[in-house]
Structures are given as structure tokens and as C-alpha cells.
Design a binder for this molecule. Structure first.
Ligand SMILES: CC(C)(COP(=O)(O)OP(=O)(O)OC[C@H]1O[C@@H](n2cnc3c(N)ncnc32)[C@H](O)[C@@H]1OP(=O)(O)O)[C@@H](O)C(=O)NCCC(=O)NCCS
Length: 258
């Protein structure tokens, strides 16, 4: 038991993490699961902690996240336990507790005042474990659904800036462009140049015209510019959401007419 180490996940843990996830959520499609895991690795707001057995194998994990709203919580956003699992042979030895403590420490360090979680009504072990670890039960909800038929168009996913940044990183990594010998070094300077080039390509759509010549193409240019913007902020260590909110706040109190 002393050999069990709790630590943040590393990319090399991927297959073991997948094994544990499949034990917790056996019905999830494998492709979707792999894609979701890749995004999580790149998203600073979805921390994953693992219990390492000492032989490179894992024995448990906790996936954290953040939510704008959680039942019974007084603050927003809150930190959230999205997934929590310990291999059967390691249960009742404090591994689950240590994983939760790691998540609590992450949440405190990132400014969250509450950590929320949920479990199924029939999962009494999980309920007892939550209570034992200091969670208080604050609500019970009944989940409903009504099938609406085939939608006319895909619904917006409502992804956060962090999630979109994670997708951009995953794409760039899949191309090998973060490697030291990359033909496209992803330095802040190169990304700033690319951002400007994509913005200029958007401008081209308005040459000699007040309206874009082709809206779909314009959408593609704007998407390219937005992706470079997210990536540039991220590799420069800038929290873009925080920077935008700060700027909006400053603008609200600024005058342009003097
Ligand atoms: C829930 C789970 C992660 C707990 O992991 P764990 O490593 O066994 O937890 P711990 O050993 O740290 O236990 C912490 C406390 O929870 C309580 N607890 C844990 N398992 C329990 C059980 N089977 N019965 C009663 N209480 C239990 C105990 O109070 C325990 O403290 P104690 O051993 O000092 O009495 C683990 O049981 C699991 O993976 N279950 C299957 C997946 C699951 O249900 N995940 C949660 C989904 S929300």
C-alpha cells in the first residue's frame, strides 16, 4: 500500500487510464472515449489524478472538472468530481480518499470554494465513501428525457475557451508540430505571425465589397484566426478568459469621448 503514489496523470498513462475508465463506464464507445481523454490531457481545467501501483500500472483515477452550476452549491463556478474509480484489489485502503484529497488541493489552489460530486441512487458504496470524505448530501434529483426527433441542425456544444484550446493543442500535437524538430515550430512569435496572416485572409473577403464574398470561407478564416489566438495565449501562459473579462471590466469604466 505504501508503494501507491497519487500524482497528476501523464500522457504515458493513457492505456492504463483507458482500462480503468472502461471498468467504470463499460458502455461508452471506445473512439469517443479516446477522443475525450486526449482533450482532457490538454485542458488545464480537467485535472486527472491517478494512483500508481509502483510497477508503471495504475490502480485508480479521479477526473476533475469545473461546472458553472452544481446542485446545492452556493458559489459559481465550482470544482467537480466527474469520475472516481479504484481497482477492486486496492479498495478500502485509503486510495480513493487520497485521490479526493489531491482534487481538493487542486481546487483550492485554483480558487474554487466548493467541490461538488454526484453518484447514482443505487451506488451505496460511493454514497458512503462521499459522506466519509466530508461531502454532505445536498439534493436528490430525478432525471427525465423526451425524445425530440431529428434536429434540423447540430446544437452548439457550448465549449469553453479552455476546451477549445485543448482541442487545438490535441490537433497540433497529433501532427507532431510540438516536437523539437518540427518544421513548424509553435513559438509565440510564429503563432503571432500566423494569427495576423489568418486575420488578413479574413480581410480579403471584404476587398471591394462591404459584404463577404463567401460566408463559409470567411467562417473558415475566422476559425483559423480564433484557433491561433487561443493557442498563442496558451503557449504564452495567458489565461484568455481572465484577460477578456478584465478588459471588459476596464472598458466598462473607460471613456472614448474626451
Ligand atoms: C468509491 C471508491 C472510489 C472508493 O475508493 P476506496 O479506495 O475504496 O476508498 P477509501 O479506501 O479511501 O475509503 C474512504 C472511506 O469511504 C468509506 N467506504 C469506502 N468503501 C466503502 C464500502 N465498501 N462500504 C462502506 N464504506 C466505504 C469508508 O468510510 C472509507 O474509510 P475507512 O476505510 O477508513 O472506513 C471505490 O469504492 C470504487 O472505485 N467504486 C466503484 C466505482 C464507483 O462507484 N465510483 C464512484 C462513482 S461516483
Amino acid at each position: 500500500m505504501d508503494t501507491i503514489q497519487i500524482r497528476p496523470i501523464r500522457p504515458a498513462d493513457f492505456e492504463e487510464w483507458l482500462r480503468l475508465r472502461l471498468a467504470l463506464w463499460p458502455e461508452e464507445p471506445l473512439d469517443a472515449m479516446r477522443a475525450e481523454m486526449s482533450e482532457m490531457l490538454d485542458n488545464p481545467l480537467t485535472p486527472v489524478f491517478v494512483a500508481e501501483r509502483g510497477d508503471g500500472k495504475l490502480g485508480g483515477f479521479l477526473e476533475g472538472g469545473t461546472r458553472r452550476y452544481a446542485e446545492g452549491c452556493d458559489t459559481s463556478p465550482v470544482a467537480y468530481v466527474e469520475g472516481w474509480y479504484v481497482d477492486e484489489d486496492l479498495r478500502r485502503q485509503g486510495v480513493g480518499r487520497r485521490l479526493v484529497e489531491a482534487m481538493e488541493a487542486w481546487a483550492r489552489a485554483h480558487g474554487y470554494a466548493e467541490l461538488a460530486s454526484d453518484t447514482w441512487l443505487e451506488n451505496e458504496v460511493s454514497q458512503q465513501a462521499h459522506l466519509a470524505l466530508g461531502f454532505e448530501e445536498c439534493d436528490r434529483i430525478v432525471a427525465y428525457r423526451k425524445v425530440l426527433g431529428k434536429p434540423a441542425r447540430p446544437a452548439p456544444l457550448g465549449l469553453s475557451l479552455q476546451e477549445l484550446t485543448g482541442r487545438m493543442h490535441a490537433f497540433v500535437r497529433s501532427k507532431g508540430w510540438y516536437e523539437p524538430d518540427s518544421p513548424r515550430p509553435q513559438t509565440p512569435r510564429n503563432l503571432a505571425i500566423s494569427l495576423l496572416l489568418e486575420t488578413a485572409e479574413a480581410l480579403e473577403h471584404f476587398q471591394w465589397s462591404d459584404n463577404p464574398k463567401d460566408r463559409d470561407q470567411l467562417a473558415g478564416e475566422l476559425a483559423d484566426a480564433a484557433l491561433y489566438l487561443l493557442q498563442l495565449a496558451s503557449v504564452s501562459g495567458i489565461d484568455l478568459e481572465e484577460a477578456i473579462l478584465k478588459k471588459l471590466e476596464m472598458n466598462a469604466h473607460r471613456s472614448w469621448d474626451s
